[in-house]
Design a protein around this ligand. Structure first.
Ligand code: FE2
Length: 400
């Protein structure tokens, strides 16, 4: 520990965040120089990421090669970008591709942001970047009048994951190269709760999957540890015509998903079925990790023998294929975990490097930029060499 010279301290929280949920969440790391990283520093960073979910390094300079090296050290057997690198026409209708520009000499690193980059940048010829705007995705976006007053939304709560064929990356790294200054915005939930959250312009919002699990009632925790989510094949193509809820936490039930026959060719064996709760490899904690937009079906196990059935949800188990019901159940498990006091909105400054535990939290793009506001980030994650692990026997005994 003492040899690596890194120090870890709590990240500063905004007044909206309730500190009781953040004692373990988020650490600022000092003493790290990406050009001099040592194996022991990498080990310490990996260990701390699993314990604290978000690591923030200020005033960093990191090349795409170094960013790849650091990200890769979490999963040495992984090598390709989290969504794969092949832009072979068959997934071009996916909703993700327009937002990504690949850095040619290090294709696992993407340039993301907003505005047109002047001139050549990292081998890209004046790339045009686009910050996703919720009005392109939400069913009922904020009115222009409200947007002019600085009202915004969570764009889409998610895990960085292809959710088909490839396994969810363990970590994502985000390095802020250019951050436009602007006014605080108000992120509105617009789900009838009146919830809202002041956010820095263009924040990335994070919520802990562990908090999401810990705050649930025993009945919902029992359901969470017994449930698996089966994702649609090519989920981002499947949902490409659908619209999101105003919270960005899932899809409206409008029947706009493509029929499975309309999708690009897919194989049963490549469909992903993941537990609702993913077990943290260092702490053993359970994190609710569901990408609600891509969820297609739920597989619920019956209560284990000997558990009390009193108040239990689905005590005999179930296979839920009705999409409305699937979404309703997931929303009941996830909505409590995104309430304003549980959100950490990163207030980006140029030179910030953030590593986040992609298997331990959900995150969302927030806010809206004007065309002339230039924002540039380097993002890297790698499709993992294994799938996440769910609750073990002990967890089932404790919570089911
Ligand atoms: Fe993301």
């Amino acid at each position: 520990m003492t040899t690596s010279s890194l120090t870890f301290s709590p990240i500063p929280l905004p007044p909206s965040a309730n500190p009781k949920y953040f004692s373990d969440f988020g650490r600022k790391v000092d003493g790290f120089d990406p050009s001099q990283m040592t194996p022991s520093q990498k080990d310490e960073i990996i260990n701390n990421l699993y314990k604290h979910s978000v690591l923030l390094f200020k005033n960093t300079k990191i090349t795409p090669e170094q960013q790849y090296e650091l990200t890769h050290s979490f999963d040495p057997a992984a090598d390709t970008y989290g969504h794969g690198n092949n832009k072979t026409g068959n997934t071009k209708s996916s909703i993700l591709h327009p937002d990504l520009k690949t850095i040619p000499r290090q294709p696992q690193v993407q340039l993301i942001g907003n505005g047109r980059v002047p001139g050549e940048y990292e081998g890209l010829d004046s790339p045009q970047l686009r910050h996703p705007h919720h009005k392109t995705f939400h069913k009922s976006p904020v009115s222009q009048e409200d947007e002019d007053k600085g009202i915004t939304r969570f764009y889409r709560w998610h895990i960085d994951a292809a959710l088909y064929n490839l396994s969810p990356p363990k970590v994502t790294s985000l390095w802020a190269v250019k951050v436009p200054q602007g006014h605080t915005q108000i992120c509105r939930y617009d789900d009838g709760t009146g919830d809202e959250l002041p956010v820095p312009l263009g924040t990335t919002a994070f919520v802990s999957g562990k908090n999401m699990f810990d705050i649930l009632s025993p009945e919902l925790q029992s359901l969470a540890v017994r449930t698996k989510v089966r994702y649609a094949p090519h989920p981002y193509v499947w949902m490409s015509k659908a619209h999101a809820l105003p919270t960005g936490l899932g899809i409206e039930n409008e029947g706009l998903e493509l029929d499975l026959e309309e999708l690009p060719e897919w194989e049963e064996s490549k469909i992903k079925t993941f537990p609702v709760c993913w077990k943290n490899p260092v702490t053993g904690s359970l994190h609710i990790q569901v990408h609600p937009c891509g969820a297609h079906q739920l597989l619920i196990d019956a209560l284990p023998t000997g558990s009390s059935k009193e108040n239990a949800l689905y005590p005999d188990g179930a296979h839920i294929t009705d999409l409305t019901k699937v979404r309703e159940i997931l929303y009941s498990l996830q909505r409590p975990g995104i309430s304003p006091e549980l959100v950490y909105p990163q207030d980006w400054e140029e030179g910030d490097l953030v590593l986040f535990h992609n298997r331990g939290l959900l995150h969302s793009v927030v806010g809206a930029f004007t065309e002339d506001q230039l924002r540039m980030f380097h993002q890297c994650n790698l499709a993992a060499s294994d799938d996440p692990i769910g609750p073990n026997e002990q967890d089932i005994k404790q919570y089911a």
